[in-house]
Every structure is written in C-alpha cells, then in structure tokens.
Design a protein around this ligand. Structure first.
Ligand SMILES: [Cu+2]
Length: 228
C-alpha cells in the first residue's frame, strides 16, 4: 500500500471522516508502444480529468543529475508550480541552460535560465540549484561546456503523470475516478499525439500508441570521461 494511503487511513481513523484527499482513486498502468509494437521509453504520460479537480499538494523537487556528461533522467515531468533540482555528480563543472524545442527548434522554453554547476569535490555533489516552474510547456536542457548533453523537462498542467520506463510502462496512481484524458509527449515528436479518453476507476491497464518511433539513445557511457 502506498504511504499516502496509509496516512489517509490514519487520518480517517482519527477524525472519523471518510474522505481524505480524493474519495476514491484509480491506478493506471499505461503501456506505450511505437507503431511497430516496440516499447517506447522516455514518454511522458499525462492524465487530466475532464472535470475540475481538488488542488493537489506539490511533490518534492524532481532531481535532475548531471552524471557521466548526461542529464539523468533524460525526461523529467513536474506539475505547474513544481520544482526541479539540478545536481552535479561529475568531477568537473557543468552548465545548465534552457533551449528552444519543437521539431523546428522554434518553441520557446517554458522558462529561460542559464547557470554554471560546480563539480563534485571530495566525493560530495556541488551545491544544488532549484528552479520553480510556473508555466506549462517544455524545456530543452543543454550545457555549453559539453554540447552533446541533452535533457528535457515537461511542465505538466495536470498533477497526474509519469514517464515510461525501458519496457514502455508508466504507472500513475491516485487518479480521481471519472473521465480523464490521457496524453503522451516525447521530446522527439514531430506532431502532437492523439488524446485518449478513458473512464478511470480502480486498477486499469491501458495501451497507448505513439505516432512515431523515437530513435534509440546510445547506452550510458560506463567510464572514460574523467579527462574532461
Ligand atoms: Cu556539461
């Protein structure tokens, strides 16, 4: 049982109230595939109720590490008002800047920023940098010290979301029962993905196709970057 459910049970027992946050909630397991049926990783899955929803608490900051000259994870989703926390886990300085995205590179980032990230010292991460993101949209992350570094942030208008793993699976919990719209987003998409309407209730398995096959990213380098 997730921690929040336990807390809700405890609150209900103490107060005698039956409601705690959302009266009843669905768990969605979404499997995203490419047009030829292969699992699609790094896909943001957003679940937005068609009715208004009660305000949800903001999650803890989403950590984006700079590690082996990569942004890890490659795709990060935060809700509007949420925070991303950059940390440098390499033994050399990095940099973070927002860049435009979209198929033509002409979609302005949801927030503009640019700063340097100090290297790890004595086995400790450099000081973290927090950014609060208030405007929905996407942000491409780059580092002008290492031109190959790329990461992506999606600022979601809905508090229910997840990113697919290597098996193409995203799990989204505590979704309010009722009609929801399921939207997919991948940083390489050329056109918007179709929206799927689902009646959310209980534990559900949903198949969601992408309209293209993202190119595979090379495996993370094991070592050999210390010379930078
Ligand atoms: Cu860098």
């Amino acid at each position: 049982m997730p921690k929040t459910s336990l807390a809700c049970v405890a609150v209900a027992a103490l107060t005698g109230l039956l409601s705690c946050g959302l009266a009843s909630a669905a768990q969605l397991q979404v499997t995203v595939t490419t047009p030829d049926g292969k699992p699609a990783a790094d896909v943001a899955v957003l679940v937005q109720p068609t009715a208004a929803w009660p305000q949800q608490p903001l999650p803890e900051p989403a950590v984006i590490a700079q590690q082996n000259i990569r942004f890890v994870p490659f795709v990060t989703v935060v809700p509007v008002g949420g925070t991303v926390r950059f940390v440098n886990r390499d033994r050399y300085d990095h940099h973070v800047r927002s860049q435009p995205g979209g198929p033509l590179g002409n979609v302005a980032p949801a927030k503009e920023f640019e700063f340097r990230m100090a290297a790890m010292k004595n086995g400790k991460e450099g000081p973290p940098a927090d950014l609060k993101l208030e405007v929905p949209g996407s942000i491409v992350l780059g580092c002008h010290l290492h031109g190959s570094m790329r990461g992506h942030v999606l600022v979601s208008p809905t508090p229910w979301y997840a990113v697919t793993d290597d098996k193409g699976v995203a799990r989204i919990t505590n979704v309010p029962d009722g009609q929801v719209e399921l939207k997919l987003w991948h940083p390489d998409q050329l056109t918007d993905q179709a929206t799927q309407r689902v009646q959310a209730a209980g534990a559900m398995s949903i198949e969601a196709p992408l309209n293209f096959a993202p190119r595979r990213r090379s495996a993370a380098p094991a070592s050999g970057y210390d010379k930078y």
